[in-house]
Design a binder for this molecule. Structure first.
Ligand code: ZN
Length: 273
């Protein structure tokens, strides 16, 4: 599933090919994604992209008419910049051709993703975008914020940091890896986390996500390739998906438990309650 670093890597990859370029054609081959893709998306032909932003895992492509194309990659979506004449592969659903003779193509085998249209003025109030916590890499995601958000909660800290109302974009892999890096046991009750440990956790979340994005960035030169996978990457994982394997720090076998329906991994020696 595309997580925040993949979405940010995608944003960095597509932005230079879209910003300042006019939309020549919008092709809707399949509109039955998670929600129906609005037919009036094609009315944006002739407008020009002015920015490509990200909020949580939503990409926000704004035009000079203050319209926004919102894209969420769902479980299996991806975006590529290709030449407009290129064959449509199975599961290629939408194409947005821009003036520099490139096409942004949306590919999504499972069709849990979404492509929607809204006004730029709706970004803060739209039901999908309101009630979201701070961005993990922005300055308002602080130890004070996290400590305050966790103080009255008894749920495990791992479940809490995956709650988008507390902080957006910390997916399952990054939650497990950040907790390992900060030495915090994933099952500790949120209200037991001290302020210094909240600070460690904030720093670890920032580090893990930043490293993932910069590693994704190294594949950006391949972004225009139509045959390869998009700019995703494999990170060196310390605990995630390593059940029973030796901890890379202390050799203790990695523990595993399903928590809130998500697989959770930790080292019983390196991570303390
Ligand atoms: Zn260990």
């Amino acid at each position: 599933m595309p997580e925040l670093p993949e979405v940010e890597t995608t944003r960095l990859g597509i932005s230079p090919h879209l910003i300042g370029h006019q939309i020549r054609e919008i092709i809707l081959r399949r509109r039955d994604l998670r929600w129906p893709v609005p037919q009036n998306l094609t009315e944006l032909e002739g407008t020009t992209f002015v920015s490509v932003k990200r909020r949580s895992k939503y990409l926000l492509l704004e035009t000079d008419t203050q319209d926004v194309i919102l894209i969420h990659l769902g479980m299996s979506g991806s975006l590529r910049m290709i030449h407009p004449g290129e064959d449509w592969k199975k599961h290629d659903h939408i194409g947005i051709t821009v003036g520099n003779n490139l096409q942004l193509r949306y590919h999504d085998p499972r069709r849990f993703g979404s492509v929607m249209r809204m006004a730029a003025s709706e970004i803060r109030t739209h039901s999908l975008l309101t009630n979201l916590g701070p961005e993990p890499l922005e300055s308002d995601f602080t130890a004070a914020h996290l400590y305050a958000a966790l103080r009255n909660k008894s749920i495990p800290v791992k479940v809490a940091i995956m709650d988008a109302k507390i902080v957006v974009g910390v997916g399952n892999i990054y939650a497990s890896e950040s907790l390992f890096r900060s030495g915090i046991h994933p099952l500790i009750e949120s209200n037991k986390l001290t302020k210094p440990r909240a600070q460690k956790l904030v720093s670890a979340i920032r580090e893990v996500l930043t490293e993932s994005i910069s590693q994704g960035g190294t594949t950006l030169r391949d972004f225009l390739k139509s045959d390869g996978e998009p700019g995703y990457f494999k990170q060196c994982l310390f605990v995630y998906d390593r059940k029973g394997e030796p901890c890379r720090v202390c050799k203790t076998p990695i523990s595993h438990k399903v928590l809130g329906q998500r697989a959770t991994y930790w080292c019983g020696k390196c991570q303390r309650r």
